[in-house]
Design a protein around this ligand. Sequence first.
Ligand SMILES: [Zn+2]
Length: 159
Amino acid sequence: MEIDNKKCEICGSEINSYDFYITEDKNSFFCSQDCCKEFYMESNEENFVHASTCGGYYDCKRLNNISDRCRTFHKINFSPYNISPVDILPNRCFPAEISIIRTNMKLYDFVIESEKQSSKLNEETLKLTKSNVKLAKAMLILTAVNVVGVIVQIILQYY
Ligand SMILES: [Zn+2]
């Protein structure tokens, strides 16, 4: 589902892709339950879905560490005849666990990135060394030519 740059139908605030509400037909987006309720008052649309994704979802996905509770879609019904709870809060991992996973993944990315950088640096150093050798050779030839020139001048002065 594409939720980039979506705005809340009621209050116009930016939709948080990790936590938002939609109508069942997926046409209208809302930032909060309050905004859903307001929409229900206006339109009589009583069925909504609360889409909630854990902040560590994409890191855990890379680790193949995803379970049903990492991303939840809870149905909400505002009908006055509905006796079931309006919304159930998702049962997620403890924030400490999530932050450990996220920190480790950041560290992992950093190590991979530094390895890439250092191999690139090595390549460049090698290129630089090669061009330095070329430069040194050119200087040597130039110096040799100059020395020959000086000798020729000295010889010419004597004769
Ligand atoms: Zn809103």
